[in-house]
Design a protein around this ligand. Structure first.
Ligand SMILES: [Fe+2]
Ligand SMILES: [Fe+2]
Length: 307
């Protein structure tokens, strides 16, 4: 009982902290509010990105990354958006904005960033491989990027808590939740839910944040696209947990990757797994490499282009 009381008071303390949190940059809210299906999406995204000169600089750097390998260097933001694709840019603008609020200073914090980007890239890739998912790849990217926002908040409100949890041995999402409860008396899902309210994040993103550790949730949703999106983020999360420990998975033969995915990342609670392990196996190396490249550029861009 005392533990329950402890847990409750901690969450209440954090709710108070949440009131003092930095506001999520308005640029994130504006990107989240854009309609990715609209014909004007490209121009609207361009307008948001152009408004802040530092975004222009960083996006141009990302567009010139080796993976994009432009024949001629990209020098304008319009070229960058064309090169990267408007939908990918929406994710990058959001990541850049969030990286200003949650500045990583420790190895654990940098790992959290790598994980968030891996889940974002993974969720977008999985969505693009599904026929008629009812979810846009750009939406999956944003949901993946923000799914562990509760852990990011520990950066600001409870830095020591994040350190204590990172020192504990955990290798799966459930072990992480258990470690948080044991060490802190609350978990990052509870904290994430508070943050969503504080920041008035869109409903769909909020649901993913609240339910991303509840593996029965995808089938329980009355909205099929929302259930699909939750399962996609859960799968990308499980894949990233595995890749963070064993990045060499991406170099194995697809048949071996598929066996590992089936054994470690596919939850028995899902009546309809979002994708077959054999299909996802073909892209695991690409997910790992793309996320690593964006993480490197993003974290590097943040620390070196502040002037
Ligand atoms: Fe999580
Ligand atoms: Fe996660």
């Amino acid at each position: 009982m005392s533990q329950t009381h402890h847990a409750r008071s901690n969450v209440i303390d954090l709710a108070a902290h949440a009131e003092q949190l930095p506001l999520l940059p308005t640029v994130v809210m504006r990107v989240l509010a854009l309609d990715a299906r609209s014909d004007q999406y490209f121009e609207a995204l361009l307008a948001v990105a152009e408004e802040d000169p530092t975004f222009a600089v960083r996006l141009i750097r990302l567009a010139n990354a080796p993976r994009s390998a432009p024949a001629k260097p990209i020098i304008t933001i319009r070229q960058a958006v064309v090169r990267l694709g408007a939908r990918e840019c929406a994710g990058l603008v959001t990541a850049l904005a969030v990286s200003r609020v949650f500045v990583p200073t420790t190895a654990g914090q940098r790992n959290l960033w790598r994980h968030a980007l891996q889940v974002a890239v993974g969720a977008r890739t999985i969505t693009s491989l599904i026929t008629n998912p009812g979810v846009l790849p750009a939406q999956a990217y944003l949901a993946g990027l923000l799914h562990d926002i509760g852990r990011f908040v520990m950066f600001e409100a409870a830095t020591e808590d994040l350190g204590r949890v990172d020192e504990a041995p955990w290798h799966s999402p459930q072990q992480l939740i258990d470690a948080e409860h044991t060490l802190l008396g609350y978990d990052h899902v509870q904290l994430g839910a508070l943050v969503c309210r504080h920041w008035s994040l869109p409903q769909v993103i909020t649901e993913v944040i609240k339910l991303h550790h509840d593996y029965a949730a995808p089938d329980a949703q009355s909205s099929v696209p929302l259930g699909t999106l939750i399962a996609i983020v859960q799968l990308a999360d499980l894949l990233s947990m595995y890749l963070m420990d064993s990045p060499e998975l991406g170099d194995q033969e697809p048949v071996d990757i598929a066996a590992t995915l089936a054994a470690n990342c596919m939850r028995p609670e899902w009546r309809h797994p979002p994708i077959a392990p054999s299909v996802l196996a073909q892209r695991v190396g690409a997910i790992r490499d793309e996320a690593a490249e964006v993480a490197e550029r993003l974290l590097d861009a943040r620390t070196t282009s502040t002037t």
